[in-house]
Design a protein around this ligand. Structure first.
Ligand code: NAD
Length: 399
């Protein structure tokens, strides 16, 4: 029997992306998969209903109708409670799940018997690269952050020689040279800026330099598994602070992307450092969602201090919804290749990508760190309530 894949319209405020675009729908229907999509689901990313219909999708009007008989539900954002209530045992859900900040949501999916996959948990192995939604979206955020910085800055990025004099290029500093940071470096370089970048993983040096930027480093290695970084010790943080402070003051624009999985983002730029920047400089904090790399960052807001503008944008990929949806849809399509065989639902339960990204199944939270966090919640609810569970909250024990 052919699997039925459902695509809801995203309901989270500000979310413009959609989980499948018409081109990926056509690929799925071509493989014998049935696709149903909520009317208007692609509107935020400029994919009209008639293109979905032409690609073989069936359009439905209500979420209840959409989800009732679906075998697999693909989304961008984690489900809101109203969506979770419409799900039933045996259904497969694939989306970003932010498990560390949504324990109640995970518990609800568990209790409803939903088989939930979290795209954040897809392992960073070569075979999974085309399913790596964190990377596809981070790259978009890095690009967009530089455009934000360039349009907020009161000066050119490139060096210009004009009859009215020579204009020096803007000095751009990128903190965190992972996926978002590298795209930020490449974009700032394309705009002609002089770029320096800092990371705590020595492996980033070669990548930074190959993009024509200068690598700033401390003599340390904070690499952790999967290409991620570990948190620094107090002593390392002190040295980091001195180094970063030195570079911050001389920068016209700063893009920060430093993150440590499951933790609050490290604070790299203090209020005092911002105070040493020239008026008119800008800082775009891509880590705003997980608390921010700058002390002054207010998630979702723009703050001005001494003439320096600090942007704390949220959900940046959604600001480029066309390409964000296209690349996300491609990630989903390839992930579904592990769950659907010959048009029918047949998850490869022994595949390491499937096992690593599985969050809940048959009434059990399968992902160990999330289960441990839930157990703690069940044992000591008061403590859980004290935890800052907002995006960016200090959920240290989160997976
Ligand atoms: N399939 C794969 O093999 C694969 C896929 C994606 C990423 N990766 C690797 O993982 C790396 C990082 O991935 P990411 O961008 O998703 O990571 P991330 O979003 O968790 O972190 C962003 C960057 O912040 C850096 N960082 C952490 N603490 C810092 C600090 N105190 N100061 C400065 N920088 C700090 C990290 O080292 C990382 O480069 C990539 O650059 C790549 O090398 C591998």
């Amino acid at each position: 029997m052919s699997a039925r894949v459902a695509v809801p319209k995203e309901v989270t405020a500000g979310e413009r992306r959609v989980a499948l675009v018409p081109a990926t729908v056509a690929k799925l229907t071509g493989r014998g998969v049935e696709v149903v999509i909520a009317a208007g689901a692609g509107a935020g990313s400029f994919f009209p209903d008639d293109e979905y219909a032409a690609s073989g999708a069936r359009l439905v009007e209500t979420a209840a109708e959409l989800l009732r008989d679906a075998d697999v539900i693909v989304k961008v954002q984690p489900p809101v409670p109203e969506e979770t209530e419409l799900l039933h045992a045996g259904q497969v859900l694939v989306c970003f799940m932010d498990p560390g900040h949504g324990l109640e949501r995970v518990a609800a999916l568990r209790d409803r018997g939903v088989t939930a996959f979290a795209l954040e948990l897809v392992p960073r192995i070569t075979r999974a690269q085309s399913m790596d939604a964190l990377s596809s979206q981070a790259s978009i955020a890095g690009y967009r952050a530089v455009l934000m910085a360039a349009s907020g800055l009161g000066r050119f990025f490139p060096m210009l020689t004009t009859p009215a004099g020579t204009i020096r290029p803007a000095r751009v500093l990128v903190l965190g040279a992972g996926v978002a940071g590298l795209q930020a470096i490449a974009t700032a370089r394309r705009l002609g800026a002089m770029v320096s970048a800092y990371d705590v993983r020595p492996a980033a040096r070669e990548q930074v330099e190959s993009l024509g930027a200068k690598f700033v480093s401390l003599d340390l290695d904070a690499s952790a598994s999967g290409g991620y970084a570990r948190a620094l010790t107090a002593d390392e943080q002190e040295r980091q602070s001195a180094l970063v402070g030195e570079h911050v003051a001389g920068s016209d624009a700063i893009v920060t992307t430093a993150a440590i999985p499951g933790r609050r983002a490290p604070v790299l730029i203090t209020e005092e450092m911002v105070g040493r920047m020239r008026p008119g400089s800008v800082l775009v904090d891509l880590a705003a969602e997980s608390g921010g790399n700058c002390e002054l960052t207010r998630p979702g807001e723009t703050v001005e201090r001494g003439g320096v503008t600090v942007f704390g944008p949220l959900n940046v990929p959604s600001l480029l919804p066309v390409n964000a949806s296209e690349t996300y849809a491609r990630n989903i399509l390839d992930f579904l290749g592990l769950l659907i065989d010959d048009g029918a639902l047949a998850p490869r339960w022994d595949d390491e990508i499937v096992t690593a990204s599985l969050l809940t199944r048959d009434g059990v939270v399968v992902h160990e760190p999330t289960r441990a966090a839930l157990d703690e919640f069940a044992v000591a609810p008061a403590k859980h309530h004290e935890r800052d569970d907002r995006p960016g909250g200090d959920a240290k024990e989160a997976p």
